[in-house]
Design a protein around this ligand. Sequence first.
Ligand SMILES: *Cc1c(COP(=O)(O)O)cnc(C)c1O
Length: 355
Amino acid sequence: MTEGLEAGWQRQFASDNTAGVCPEAMEALLAASRGWLPSYGNDELTRQVCDRLRDVFETDCDVYFVFNGTAANALALAAMCQSYHSVICADSAHVETDECGAPEFFSNGTKLLKAGTENGRIRLAEITALVRRRSDIHYPRPRVVSITQATELGTVYSAAQVAAVAAEARALGLGVHMDGARFANAVAALGCAPADLSWRAGVDVLCFGGTKMGLPVGEAVVFFDRALSAEFAWRCKQAGQLASKMRYLSAPWLGMLAGDAWLSHARHANRMAERLAERLVKLPGVSLHAPREANGVFVNLPQHCANQLRASGVDFYTFIGGAARFMCSWATTEAAVDELAQRIESLISETRTAP
Ligand SMILES: *Cc1c(COP(=O)(O)O)cnc(C)c1O
């Protein structure tokens, strides 16, 4: 059962959420567990984290903590839309493909409109086309563009690319939501200020992922447009997303944000993915499915190789157009990456030399 914990190397590359809690977050969690504090977020630790996030983003944003990314996205979108509105997102977006209709459910029917992508990034022209296509009363009125950072294909939007999406959205009268489940990896990859990748580029609401970054649980919903968060606390409570012992959701962020541990961990995860990609692209019959820009490597592997790799106990996804996805995290080691690359290399050379 704990094979993955004890084994000499990491077999889990299915997601960055297969890793444990990073030490900084765990220490902050343990420290937060001493004594008594007011519940439901009215505690000093939660206030401190919100202030720290305001420092990180260099602005007076409004911050809420929820248990997972699906709730963060669904509730944020619901706050931005009326039920007769629509949200434009990539056809590969997590909100569209992996949230079991939660955005539609929590918004009482807001429809998602799918736009085509290029390397995971939404095509600007498709946003325009989806809005311009119709303006009549029979069409769900476009209200928000939702983009994912880093994208579902492991690529990132540069600050200029976020700004271009936001400018197009603004011109069409739409707001901008960012699913930042891997926002840390994007910031680390680009080396820019978090503000430049969010509100300064035109993002109204950011779902800042904590789980994949190394927290035990929880995401922060960050409202840069405070008008949108007016009754968000009630929305969270009704959806069952208001933690009574809020300090356990919030305090780990204190450890994560202190000394920019979040960026060190994200940079490490990105480096591990880079290391893996560099090894894999050299192999015959292996190619990158999308450029490696953050902490994920999407590769086209020969089918037999993917099958045998999986049979040997390595866990990874093949849900994106058949490509194998290997995610690295704060906890992925160089040795683990090398072992994985070595295994893939052997599987490929075995079959090439077979009679
Ligand atoms: C992991 C992930 C989420 C959050 O998923 P939950 O399982 O609900 O926490 C949201 N968006 C993207 C792109 C993700 O990869």
